[in-house]
Write a protein that binds this ligand. Structure first.
Ligand SMILES: Cc1cc2nc3c(=O)[nH]c(=O)nc-3n(C[C@H](O)[C@H](O)[C@H](O)COP(=O)(O)O)c2cc1C
Length: 180
């Protein structure tokens, strides 16, 4: 598969089969995330893979609120990955302070996309989840209070009903040459 075909293949999956995922495949996705670039090579992330079914249910339950159905599809995913922001190294921290750019969040976005692209190549489906209840999630997974959880990834074998075109801004809207 060419790189652009892989990019086109990856899409957010919100319907999963209940087939279990072999940890060898999950480790391949983790390896892709591990190799991703980061500001000052700080690697400010920890990926917690939740594949214990009971624990996963509890984690999925924290991806939506009491009264909304948004993200309830996470209950179908056999695996949830929770991405924790780790302390960056001193140079990256100084950069954040001086340049006022939150490099760790950029780094985590890149690493998460590496994870999802590798998953897509393996025939797995993912959906990044940025809307969740951080406090109970930390309690469930014994994540220290001082840490920030920025993202979850639902992972499983996709049930794809029909291919849909990606809705994106045009090249003209999202890019320009030589000036804004
Ligand atoms: C940081 C981030 C947070 C997201 N949070 C959610 C979420 O909470 N629930 C959800 O269903 N999709 C979520 N998504 C998926 C986006 O809706 C999706 O990527 C976008 O609509 C483009 O569709 P595609 O991924 O199928 O190409 C998130 C994506 C990103 C990158």
């Amino acid at each position: 598969m060419s790189f652009i075909d892989l990019i086109k293949k990856r899409r957010s999956i919100r319907k999963f089969s209940d087939t279990k995922i072999d940890r060898v495949l999950i480790e391949k996705c983790l390896e892709a995330a591990r190799l991703s670039p980061s500001a000052c090579n700080a690697q400010p992330w920890k990926f917690i893979v939740v594949d214990n079914p009971e624990l996963k249910e509890k984690v999925a339950h924290e991806s939506y609120g009491l009264f909304d159905s948004f993200n309830k599809f996470t209950h179908q995913a056999p695996v949830m990955v929770v991405v924790v922001t780790e302390k960056a190294n001193l140079t990256s921290q100084m950069g954040t302070l001086i340049k006022k750019i939150q490099y760790p969040f950029i780094d985590i976005g890149i690493a998460a996309e590496h994870f999802c692209l590798q998953a897509a190549e393996l025939g797995l489906g993912t959906c990044m989840i940025g809307w969740f209840n951080e406090k109970p999630l930390k309690e469930i997974l014994s994540i220290p209070k001082s840490k920030k959880v920025v993202l979850m990834i639902a992972l499983g074998y996709p049930v794809v009903e029909k291919e849909v075109d990606k809705k994106r801004k045009s090249l003209d809207e999202m890019s320009s040459f030589d000036s804004y």
